[in-house]
Write a protein that binds this ligand. Structure first.
Ligand code: ZN
Length: 87
């Protein structure tokens, strides 16, 4: 990879939907009990959700950097579509 990418995700979980008082359940990521809930209501630590998102974004970003193509608006109409596999 010819480039560097740092990804840091900070979610806003201050809303009441992200906390279930008195009901600890195993975090879907690390299996440690938590009263925190993700956006779908599943038990999940905020830090675990943030790390998970950061890893996904990092993977996507690294692939884009390795590809070294940055799609610009309208660029697809001016250039032939990439055939893929040309490295
Ligand atoms: Zn966790």
């Amino acid at each position: 990879m010819a480039g560097e990418l740092l990804v840091r995700v900070r979610l806003d979980w201050t809303g009441p939907g992200h906390y279930e008082h008195g009901r600890s359940r195993p975090c879907r990521v690390c299996d440690t009990p938590t009263q925190m809930r993700d956006g779908r209501g599943e038990a999940c630590h905020q830090s675990c959700a943030e790390d998970e998102l950061a890893r996904e974004l990092l993977g996507t970003g690294r692939a884009r950097i390795a590809d070294e193509r940055v799609p610009a608006p309208g660029a697809a109409r001016r250039r032939p579509a990439p055939s893929g596999g040309a490295r």
